[in-house]
Design a protein around this ligand. Structure first.
Ligand code: NDP
Length: 309
């Protein structure tokens, strides 16, 4: 019985070491080394090469090492009918919350514009905004959206959120489903996307949605590039309907250098690094699920296949 780690970045050894540090007797392999494929019960994956999961005849669990699982559903060659788990982790949620707060405050205090002005040697005070002036609307009130909502309330923002099902979060007005979306958008001055990427949410950040936001709204996408219709965002920024955007995720990563986002003065970009699974924090839940798998118990943080998240 063994675990294989499949990912295309340079973090395989990091994860292997972290697993072995907490469970030295574990049999754990990189998919790049020679390994006994018939012994593999669990694959710990992150943006694996498509088809790589098809080589394990006795695979019983696909575990995402991050919060998202969209890349697993996008792999048409991945074995069907196996359970998929994902990461739900306090540190991941807190890191995301801090990132979004930084982007919001940078917008309120014009820090991006000051950086541009500094490079040009321009001394130009710009009217700033206050936290108390703004209502933030969070699309997606799951593990990450809920933490962000709670933190923003503590900082003094007016906060509202939107999800598939009703939520009860202190200080947060919650809207539900298609019927609640328009009302939610009408009063959202800063929109933060923390939805999973599914068939229903692909392309949700489009012109129709942007036009329902008040003029001057700011949009933050820290979920997935597939949520955003890029040309609609650029049009809404250039027409002045939106005042700016903070983006961490893109259709193609790294973003090709010819993409118009790179040079757009109203777009603040980060390279998909808002919040990253910390091995020390996440490994215990991976091992717990491995134990549960081997002893036939219910898994933690299992994805609901029909919902796709
Ligand atoms: P969760 O699954 O915990 O939460 C998803 C939320 O979205 C839920 O509240 C859910 O509603 C809501 N939702 C899903 N589909 C719809 C829909 N069609 N209409 C309305 N609401 C919907 O996810 P997490 O909070 O853990 O993570 C969210 C996403 O953040 C991840 O999928 C990932 O893509 C992204 N992410 C990005 C990172 C980065 O560094 N940029 C890092 C980590 C994650 P309900 O609760 O009713 O089901």
């Amino acid at each position: 019985m063994a675990i294989v780690i499949i990912r295309q970045d340079d973090k395989i050894e990091l994860w292997k070491k972290a697993l072995l540090a907490q469970r030295p007797e574990l049999e754990v392999y990189s998919y790049l080394e020679d390994h006994p494929k018939e012994k593999i019960k669990m694959a710990l994956v992150w943006k694996h090469p498509k088809g790589a999961l098809a080589h394990y005849p006795h695979l019983e669990l696909i575990a995402s090492s991050g919060a998202g699982v969209d890349f697993i559903f996008e792999d048409g060659a991945a074995p069907k009918n196996l359970p998929i788990t994902r990461v739900v982790d306090d540190m991941l949620a807190k890191d995301m919350s801090e990132h979004v707060l930084a982007v919001i405050l940078s917008h309120l205090k014009n820090l991006d514009q000051y950086k541009i002005n500094q490079m040009k040697g321009v001394w130009q005070p710009i009217q700033y905004h206050r936290i108390s002036d703004f209502r933030v609307g969070i699309l997606g009130l799951g593990a990450l959206g809920r933490e962000l909502a709670t933190d923003l309330v503590k900082y003094g923002f007016k906060v509202q959120g939107w999800a598939s099902s009703k939520k009860d979060i202190a200080g947060v007005d919650c809207y539900v489903g298609d019927e609640g979306l328009s009302d939610f958008l009408k009063t959202t001055q800063i929109a933060v996307c923390l939805l999973p990427l599914t068939q229903e949410t692909t392309g949700i950040l489009n012109k129709e949605l942007f036009l329902k936001l008040p003029k001057g709204a700011f949009v933050i996408n820290v979920a997935r590039g597939g949520h955003l219709v890029d040309e609609d965002l650029i049009e809404m920024l250039d027409r002045g309907h939106l005042s700016g955007a903070g983006l961490d995720v893109y259709h193609q990563e790294p973003l090709p250098i010819e993409h118009p986002f790179w040079k757009h003065e109203k777009i603040q970009m980060t390279p998909h690094y808002a919040s990253v699974s910390d091995t020390g924090s996440v490994v215990p839940q991976i091992l717990e699920n491995y134990d549960r798998l081997l002893s036939g118990r219910n898994l933690l943080n299992e994805v609901v296949m029909e919902k796709g998240y």
